[in-house]
Write a protein that binds this ligand. Sequence first.
Ligand SMILES: CC(C)(COP(=O)(O)OP(=O)(O)OC[C@H]1O[C@@H](n2cnc3c(N)ncnc32)[C@H](O)[C@@H]1OP(=O)(O)O)[C@@H](O)C(=O)NCCC(=O)NCCS
Length: 232
Amino acid sequence: MELLQAGHLAAIFELQDAVLSTLDDPDFYVRRNEELDVLMRYLACPDHGQIIGVLNAKKLVAYGVISYPRAAAVPQLLQSFPGNKKNPTRCAVMEGAMVLPEHRCRGLQKILLKLRKTLATSIGRTDIFAECAPANWISRHNLFAAGFSISAFVENSDGRKRHLMTNFQSNDLAPAESEVQGVLVNECDFETQRRLVAENYSGMAASRRPAHEILYRQALSGHERRRDCHER
Ligand SMILES: CC(C)(COP(=O)(O)OP(=O)(O)OC[C@H]1O[C@@H](n2cnc3c(N)ncnc32)[C@H](O)[C@@H]1OP(=O)(O)O)[C@@H](O)C(=O)NCCC(=O)NCCS
């Protein structure tokens, strides 16, 4: 694993080409028009973002991006959280990750998530956002495992829908397995998911494929939380 530099740009695009040509669903990752400029900025200016790469015999086989948005850009992210008092300078965004098909299911995305979180928190960016395509079960599964929950929904300018996941909304939502009570909802049913989030639910876990449900659980109020702990 290493932090990638400007000289790795061509290797990143080569890896992207290989992954994009074999994607299960083209919605999982859509290259931005300004992809080259954005990646170059992260490679050249670590205060804007960083890219961790996994090399095998000098070949890039996986990478993950974390970005550190300017304070002015963060309110757009936070607008989905009414009343949120997050400090923009403490926010980071878990951006795309890709692993070559022949290197998958070895835990690389999970390690890349962990390392990117460590990088961000080491510079005080502890509140992390991640967008995930609704049908991208593997990515969502790994984000859940890394402590993220679905807290909002975004629709990009080209109409693509995304779950907005954060690592700062799930503190009151970590029940013992036997105590899980919640609502199962189809991953693409944004109407129901929006309603649940408005009622203080967060998406916490996904059922195994081929099922397409996400478990939403309601955050406990302070009073209920104390009672819940007492009753355990
Ligand atoms: C999503 C992606 C990055 C995951 O990378 P990875 O290194 O294989 O992920 P990991 O090995 O850390 O974890 C894979 C998990 O999915 C599970 N999984 C993988 N394929 C699965 C399948 N077909 N059915 C059920 N579970 C599956 C694995 O069991 C593992 O979960 P576990 O640790 O609980 O057992 C990789 O598949 C990829 O590059 N996809 C295309 C690009 C993409 O979608 N990127 C994410 C959005 S930017």
